[in-house]
Design a binder for this molecule. Structure first.
Ligand code: TXA
Ligand code: MG
Length: 327
């Protein structure tokens, strides 16, 4: 039986004790739910890869309480100091050169390490409780199977991991709803590896320099594979003015169409969900809506293209990847 517990003090203490014993646990963060293990325990981290069915070369993010705990495992820098002072705890992951005694097995054997201090009170309470057991960091990818939609509610984790799920701390729906922004500081100039919870413009403002776009030399990042975050049903992104025509065409071909749209009446499709007007709410609802669209019994998902503005960037990125999967 899958064990889901409301994340009260006793459940958090139980979870910390399990981490200390080398067991994985699922916990909420402000972005998505993570499946975590003691970063310093090679076997515990291996169990996370196994449950997630993630290829072993893909590095995990190590979750810490603050900059001071991060410095133990990475080469710190002025840029890291500035960004963490401004955005930690929060949805920002830094890629830094790995310290010699940092856990290589959590980093896909890269010479770098991904570090993030989550803001969610349950994640922080878990990190505090784990620290009382002598734990230093929790290596945690999103708590979904490799390539599938990230979970933003405890029930998503149950749906996806089923009997393989370890203890799940239920902290309700995740506030931000898309994964952390990832910035690589290990190569001199800062490089954006994944748009996410914190807009790039805010990072650039704090750094006082441009954050470069990732290029062909960027390291492998599983969240940047085109087929990530994918429902099983084929997804199409369609410009607002073309949505009615496309939905009519698919239905004329005998397909059942599920639609997620902002400016088009959703009643034109077999199943319809209204998209919020603003990017923040849409991000918060994104993965739950993708799951509902996927479960709707339709054989096509049509999503109205979102604005190409900086505030919509993380949502646009995840939707583009969802749509890339079927091709
Ligand atoms: O919001 C988040 O970041 C969530 C929550 C649970 O914290 N975590 C998350 O983890 O999205 P995951 O494993 O699904 O995605 C982490 C991304 C992966 O694309 C991984 O390749 C990249 O971070 N990453 C981690 N360490 C890295 C490293 N040393 N170099 C390059 N990329 C790294
Ligand atoms: Mg993930």
């Amino acid at each position: 039986m899958t064990l889901v517990r409301a994340a009260d003090a006793a459940a958090i203490e139980d979870a910390a004790a399990r981490l200390a014993r080398g067991e994985p646990v699922v916990f909420p963060t402000e972005t998505v739910y993570g499946i975590g293990a003691d970063a310093a325990n090679r076997d515990a981290v291996a169990a996370v890869y196994r449950i997630k069915q993630r290829p072993s070369g893909h590095p995990l993010i190590v979750h810490v309480l603050d900059g001071a705990s991060a410095q133990r495992w990475a080469e710190w820098s002025r840029r890291a100091q500035r960004l963490t002072e401004a955005f930690w705890p929060g949805p920002l992951t830094l890629i830094l050169k790995r310290a010699p005694d940092a856990p290589a097995w959590a980093c896909g054997q890269e010479s770098t390490i991904g570090l993030r201090a989550p803001a969610h009170p349950v994640a922080r309470a878990l990190l505090h409780a784990f620290a009382r057991h002598g734990g230093a960091g929790i290596a945690a990818p999103s708590a979904n199977r490799f390539g599938r939609i990230s979970p933003t509610r405890a029930e998503h984790v149950v749906e996806d991991l089923g009997e393989d799920a370890p203890l799940i701390l239920d902290g309700g729906p995740c506030e931000v709803g898309v994964e952390s922004t990832i910035v690589d500081l290990s190569r001199g100039r800062p490089v954006l590896l994944r748009p996410g919870g914190i807009p790039v413009s805010q990072l650039a403002a704090v750094l006082g320099e441009q954050v470069l776009e990732r290029d062909a030399h960027a390291p492998r990042v599983s969240g940047t594979l085109d087929s990530h975050y994918a429902p099983l049903t084929p997804v199409e992104m369609v410009d607002a003015d073309e949505v009615p025509g496309r939905v009519a065409q698919l239905r004329a071909e005998g397909r059942r169409v599920a639609l997620w749209a902002r400016s088009v009446p959703t009643s034109i499709a077999d199943v319809g969900f209204a998209m919020a007007r603003d990017a923040r709410t849409t991000a918060h609802e994104l993965y739950d809506t993708l799951r509902r669209l996927d479960r709707s019994g339709c054989d096509r998902i049509v999503i109205e293209r979102v604005p190409r503005t900086p505030e919509w960037r993380a949502v646009g990125d995840r939707l583009r990847r969802a749509a890339a999967a079927g091709r």
